[in-house]
Design a protein. Structure first.
Lengths: 325, 315
């Protein structure tokens, strides 16, 4: 979204202000992140340091990966209400089979990506509402997670632990990882020709079909990518928490949807932004607890503060996009 | 024969068939033992899903993207409000119910205010609202251990000839909802907006007013549901409404209402509500573990929706 090609930049002032508004809108995810960072720096300057960021952004990597996963289905005008329990399921597999029997673990995880691809095919072929199908699947993943790991426990594989506790010089690992995720996904979805087709399946499906593209294939690819990033998110989460629990990912469903929307994505029309989504996820990760802790907001009201932050950012976006029209 | 065929063409019949199959499977397993008690229990539990299901159905019928995710938080807060206002005394039952109703309606109105003023998609608006409501509930209902007035608790558990009175009243309410949907200007407007919001607007439907009414109605039903739940389970609880997020959406869709909007189905909500409750009873009777029960519930929901099929694309 907000692709401003230099050639079409209008010169006349009303359209010029529209273009400025559009650019402002594209910058909004970055602005909201900056705002949260400034607030944290003001409340607790010591938090803005290598160790501070490592600590505060601890859980940002799995949240960012889950948000990217959600972004792919949203790009195709669908919604995945099962991503949270899926992340939990992957976490349970990672903490048990992937350590004890790596081959089975890998096969199960690849198989679960296959299930996502099949869901995409089912949703397309039978023209089903994705909300309901993924709602049903959220029960399935939760049940499987309980079957794999009835009691909280397990242990992450050592190689995963060492990856997630990697300490690069100068730049904290979560920031480095977020940059990498944003760059890779941005290139794949925004800069390749098939990425355009994938987004087009959400933008104008009828036009794509008439141009000879398989909508079945785009839906399968989008869902498979969601599954892939869901797997990465679950593995990253376990690499940080070191052990798993069947309910560990439940909050990620709503968090990932909020992250995509905060990042400038829209529910319909294939308008999504990978960089925005990662920024949105970082904003949520920071706003979720470090900021509120520094503001001395009592635990009772932390959830409400999250809701309020969402509403404020979205209200700012509406003010800007009203100027765009 | 023709009457059977027309019956089979109704989209809601399948949810009742599903409920019947599940019931028969369970009594076949128990050898006929507890067949009647199971129906009674299913009716009294399905009531709560049906009430919020009807509200959710009106919202979903408004068109793609319209859904109320704040119902669980709404139910939780209303249950606390009802118990606090009633304060355990029989004379305050009506006031408590009205308070719960008002609380729910206010939440619904705020939901629509967010959608309208901030132009946020309803999913995100109701989600953000539910975060705030949840916090209010946690802070308001902290350590709340007020029992419902005995008269109210008895009323919610009252049965005549094995049929819960609450279920009978809910049947009357759903008939009213069906009439409102099909015979009143309000219901026809909701359907028209769901089919094509622009066409409805051009035809003179007060789109804003109808959407406001619908969200408020859905919120009010969530409020009443919270009060009744607190009476039935003898106490308010922050988590009392949690399962009704998925359940309210599931009964609407399994019941044959179109997720794309513009096509609603009231009887189906009852069929689907009974189906879900009986399904849970069946899996419990079979003695499967929690994990297997969840997996089967999920697979059956996906299976039912696949069998019922989506409609041909309108857009």
């Amino acid at each position: 979204m907000t692709a401003i090609t230099p050639g079409t930049l209008p010169k006349s002032s009303p359209r010029g202000s529209a273009a400025r508004a559009r650019m402002l809108r594209g910058l909004l995810p970055a602005l909201s992140l900056a705002l949260v960072l400034i607030a944290i720096a003001w409340l607790n300057p010591r938090a803005i340091s290598y160790f501070g960021f490592n600590l505060m952004l601890n859980l940002a990597i799995p949240i960012a990966l889950a948000t990217i996963a959600q972004m792919y289905v949203i790009a195709g005008n669908e919604l995945d209400l099962s991503i949270g329990t899926f992340v939990g399921f992957v976490g349970c597999v990672t903490a048990t089979w992937l350590r004890d029997a790596p081959l089975i673990g890998i096969l199960v995880l690849i198989g679960s990506i296959g299930v996502y691809a099949l869901l995409g095919a089912l949703i397309h072929l039978r023209n089903l509402p994705s909300i309901v199908v993924t709602l049903g699947m959220s029960f399935v993943w939760q049940g499987l997670a309980i079957l794999v790991l009835p009691k909280p426990g397990g242990k992450a594989p050592d190689w995963l632990l060492s990856i997630m506790s990697f300490k690069p010089p100068y730049i904290p690992f979560p920031i480095l990882a977020a940059l990498l995720i944003a760059a890779v996904v941005h290139f794949g979805l925004m800069r390749t020709s098939y990425g355009v087709i994938l987004r087009g399946s959400g933008g104008n499906a009828a036009a794509l079909r008439r141009a000879g593209w398989s909508l079945l294939r785009t839906k399968v690819v989008l869902f498979a990518l969601t599954g892939l990033f869901g797997v990465l998110s679950g593995m990253a989460l376990i690499g940080i928490t070191t052990s798993a629990d069947a309910n560990i990912g439940n909050g990620y469903t709503l968090l990932s949807i909020a992250g995509v929307i905060l990042g400038g994505g829209e529910f319909v029309g294939g308008r999504v932004s990978p960089i925005g989504a990662v920024l949105g996820a970082l904003t949520l990760a920071l706003a979720a607890s470090p900021l509120l802790t520094f503001m001395h907001i009592p635990p009772d009201w932390q959830v409400a503060a999250n809701g309020a932050i969402l509403i404020i950012v979205l209200a700012a976006r509406v003010l800007i996009s009203r100027r765009e029209r | 024969m023709t009457s059977v065929r027309t019956l089979l063409e109704k989209p809601w019949i399948w949810s009742f068939v599903g409920a019947l199959v599940v019931w028969l499977a369970t009594i076949a397993f128990t050898g006929g033992y507890g067949a009647g008690g199971m129906v009674t229990a299913a009716l009294s539990l399905a009531v709560f899903t049906v009430i919020v299901g009807v509200g959710q159905m009106f919202v979903i019928t408004l068109g793609p993207g319209n859904v109320d995710l704040s119902l669980p938080a709404n139910i939780g807060l209303a249950s606390a409000v009802a118990m606090k206002v009633m304060g355990g005394s029989d004379s305050m039952i009506l006031v408590g119910l009205l308070a719960a109703l008002a609380c729910g309606a206010a939440i619904g109105a705020i939901n629509y205010l967010l959608i309208w003023a901030l132009r946020i998609p309803p999913i995100i608006a109701t989600l953000s609202a539910s975060f705030i409501i949840q916090s209010v509930d946690i802070s308001y209902g902290r350590g709340l251990q007020i029992k419902p007035p005995p008269g109210f608790a008895d009323f919610t558990n009252w049965q005549v000839l094995g049929i819960p009175v609450l279920a009978m009243l809910t049947v009357v309410f759903t008939i009213g909802a069906a009439l409102a949907l099909q015979r009143m200007i309000y219901g026809r407007s909701v359907l028209a907006i769901g089919q094509n919001i622009r066409a409805a607007w051009l035809a003179g439907v007060h789109v804003g007013r109808i959407r406001f009414l619908t969200y408020t109605l859905c919120g009010a039903l969530g409020g009443i549901d919270g009060a009744l739940l607190a009476g039935y389970f003898r106490g308010a609880n922050v988590d009392i409404g949690n399962e009704y997020l998925l359940a309210s959406i599931a009964v609407v869709v399994i019941g044959g209402t179109s997720v794309a909007g513009g096509k609603a189905n009231v009887p189906g909500v009852w069929g689907a509500g009974l189906f879900l409750v009986l399904l849970l009873t069946m899996l419990n009777t079979f003695g499967v573990s929690a994990g297997v029960r969840l997996v089967l519930t999920g697979l059956i929901i996906v299976g039912v929706i696949t069998a019922a099929g989506g409609e041909k694309a309108v857009r």
